[in-house]
Design a binder for this molecule. Structure first.
Ligand code: XLS
Ligand code: NI
Ligand code: NI
Length: 437
């Protein structure tokens, strides 16, 4: 049985191609800045949207046509779906995938039964990984769908639910290790609050810190050496998510002694929900030495929630790649398409169109960013803009040799600061356009 009988392996055909089932920019073997596109971008397909997304929304039922999926909760159906997923990822030519424990295998009546279901599907995943060479970018536990998690998981008011979540993450960590996952992600799920009148925020944050320390300890115990990642998001499903943005995550990690154990998995639509650009979140995080991986998607300017659309905008991808290249890449992280097709795009072929578009947009962004870097116009401008710090008073301040008194002395002698120069924003935007156009 094949899930996508009419589709052959997607090939690179170059920018002039009009074939909707070919890459125009993503040539996995093309070398950019000394590395292949495949190694720069490390594309990953998400299991949850791509193979579990039904197209249902608060106003209507499922729309997706997925002929390989009988809609049942059986382990057999889960196994068949896993094989379809690997056929898709293989034909697409993405080297990685990512999953939540509960989207690969069905929840059972008890934790033990659920774990058995997961083990059964993990065997299929293992087989398919071996057959195709596709690797697991990251695993994660779904600690938000089941009603038991209504008040959160690590930050719930119900200690039993915390214990359940711990058991679930323990198992998911072990499975991620078994499958050779390079990373393990914690997205905050329902870790946050709807109303402070019923919430002990300090206690909840302390519990989250405790939970993540337990995860670090268990990873050490079982010899899991993958990278732990936290994924910031400011709202949805709760009004205020604790991991609201990159800065909040870094502060939380520092406050709870977890900074060295975690990096961040940044998602474009989460950045914009937080009132930031993705470039801001990337630049801030990388500057803190905490850039781990990205969830590639985009939001809609007119909608205020996580619409998780596929990225197609070259400006966005070029901005992302500029920061990623500047800080030396994402490995062992990658570019993970945490994105879903619209509910009106219900045919299996739409999954190909969506991913091909996203991969091409990032490949194009990579090339634009590399060209900008090779010509160095922006770098030169920025370096020159800060030249007052390279010598004289600036160097004294940066090296810690200056204090308020010495700076007062300096300024009393000089009388007035050196004049400012133009920031040239419009010129730089025009220069950026030269590369994108
Ligand atoms: C939800 C998150 C989620 C994580 C994985 O908004 O993006 O999909 O990436 O739990
Ligand atoms: Ni995500
Ligand atoms: Ni998201």
């Amino acid at each position: 049985m094949t899930a996508f009988p009419k589709i052959a392996k997607i090939q690179y055909e170059g920018p002039k191609s009009k074939n909707p089932l070919a890459f125009r920019w993503y040539d996995e073997n093309e070398v950019v800045e000394g590395k292949t596109m495949r190694d720069h971008l490390r594309f990953s397909v998400v299991y949850w949207h791509t193979f579990r997304g039904t197209g249902s929304d608060p106003f209507g039922a499922a729309t997706m046509a997925r002929p390989w999926d009988d809609g049942s909760n059986s382990v057999e159906n889960a196994a068949r779906r896993a094989r379809a997923a690997f056929e898709f990822i293989e034909k697409l030519g993405a080297p990685f995938y990512a999953f939540h424990d509960r989207d690969v295998a069905p929840e059972g009546a008890t934790l033990a039964e659920t774990n058995r279901n997961l083990d059964a599907v993990v065997r299929v995943l293992q087989e398919e990984q071996r057959r195709t060479g596709i690797k697991l970018l990251w695993g994660t536990a779904n600690l938000f769908s089941h009603p038991r998690y209504m008040h959160g998981a690590a930050t719930t008011c119900n200690a039993d639910v915390f214990a359940y979540a711990a058991a679930q993450v323990k198992k998911c960590l072990e499975v991620t290790k078994e499958l050779g996952g390079g990373n393990y992600v914690f997205w905050g799920g329902r870790e946050g609050y709807q109303n402070l009148l019923n919430t002990d925020m300090k206690r909840e944050l302390d519990h989250l810190g405790r939970f993540l320390h337990m995860a670090v300890d268990h990873a050490r115990k079982i010899g899991f050496t993958g990278q732990f990642l936290i994924e910031p998001k400011p709202k949805e499903p709760t009004k205020h998510q604790y991991d609201s943005d990159a800065a909040a995550c870094c502060n939380f990690l520092r406050a709870y002694g977890l900074f060295d154990h975690f990096k961040l998995n940044l998602e474009t639509n989460h950045a914009t929900l937080a009132g930031h650009t993705m470039m801001h979140e990337l630049d801030y995080t990388a500057g803190q030495g905490r850039l781990g991986s990205i969830d590639a998607n985009t939001g809609d300017l007119l909608l205020g929630w996580d619409t998780d659309q596929f990225p197609t905008n070259y400006y966005l991808t070029a901005e992302c790649m500029l920061v990623i290249l500047k800080y030396g890449g994402l490995a062992p992280g990658g570019v993970n398409f945490d994105a879903k097709v619209r509910r009106e795009s219900f045919e299996p072929i739409d999954l190909f169109h969506a991913h091909i578009g996203g991969m091409d947009a990032f490949a194009r962004g990579l090339k634009i960013a590399a060209e900008i870097r090779s010509e160095g116009v922006l770098d030169t401008f920025v370096r020159n803009r800060y030249r007052s710090w390279d010598a004289g008073i600036g160097a004294e301040i940066e090296s810690g040799r200056a204090d308020f008194a010495s700076l007062e002395q300096y300024m009393l002698g000089k009388g007035e600061a050196d004049p400012n120069e133009s920031g040239r924003q419009e010129l730089l935007e025009n220069i950026f356009n030269r590369y994108v156009g």
